[in-house]
Design a protein around this ligand. Structure first.
Ligand code: ADP
Ligand code: 5GP
Length: 197
């Protein structure tokens, strides 16, 4: 019995990487997923992007300067990082290693270049791509969110085409048509993968 508990404690947590074009609904889906599954942890990235109204430092992101970001890159602190539409985003290695080492299951919500860097470093990571029902609906959601100016929206749509092309390299693809349906599908994939470990 004692041995079983010890074995469980030594089991590293599972890493899930979720990507999808800007405005597809990743944030909305993840918020619901985490509400329903409080044992899942969401990693907080560092970014040089300015906070949107309502975003909180240390909750949504660690909002840092370009200089601080560059210093972290030079010190090799990032497990992965990239530039996306003019801003830098990165995942700190120590946090991922510490969380997985404690046996906790962790989600990274990151774009495709970072996701593919992760897959190379941690092949057992599970990559899930969230697709929009159509490009028109994606644009509609991105504009409807009302958080970006026109230049940023155009840049994000451009990134969206590139990212959708990468989605064939992911382990799973989920279409976020109806929010609840997509949530159930996402949850099913995660539970299936957790049952394997
Ligand atoms: P992302 O995190 O992928 O950039 P958000 O979660 O911010 O996207 O969602 C963008 C917009 O789309 C938000 O206004 C959100 O309410 C809306 N949205 C998310 N999922 C759906 C869905 N299944 N159907 C309709 N609107 C959605
Ligand atoms: P946003 O500015 O909309 O919050 O994020 C823009 C894009 O950057 C999204 O696709 C988001 O998933 C991605 N992103 C957020 N954090 C990271 C990160 O740490 N690394 C990488 N590679 N992408 C990230």
């Amino acid at each position: 019995m004692e041995k079983d508990v010890k074995k469980q404690q030594n089991n590293p947590g599972k890493l899930f990487v979720i990507s999808g074009s800007s405005g597809v609904g990743k944030g909305t889906l993840l918020k619901e997923l985490l509400n329903r599954n409080p044992d899942l942890k969401l990693s907080i990235s560092a970014t040089t992007r300015h906070p949107r109204p309502g975003e909180i430092d240390g909750v949504n992101y660690f909002f840092i300067s370009k200089d601080e970001f560059e210093k972290s890159v030079q010190n090799g602190e990032f497990l992965e990082w990239t530039e996306f539409n003019g801003n830098c985003y990165g995942t700190k290695e120590y946090y991922v290693k510490k969380t997985l080492g404690k046996g906790e299951n962790l989600i990274l919500e990151i774009e495709t270049r970072g996701a593919l860097q992760i897959k190379k470093k941690i092949p057992e990571a599970v990559l899930i791509f969230v697709l929009p029902p159509s490009i028109e609906e994606l644009e509609h959601r991105l504009r409807g969110r009302n958080t970006e100016d026109e230049t940023t929206i155009q840049g994000r749509l451009h990134e969206a085409y590139r990212e959708i092309e990468c989605s064939s390299q992911y382990d799973f693809r989920v279409v976020n048509d109806d929010l609840n349906r997509a949530l159930v599908e996402l949850e099913k994939i995660i539970n299936q993968e957790l049952a394997k470990s």
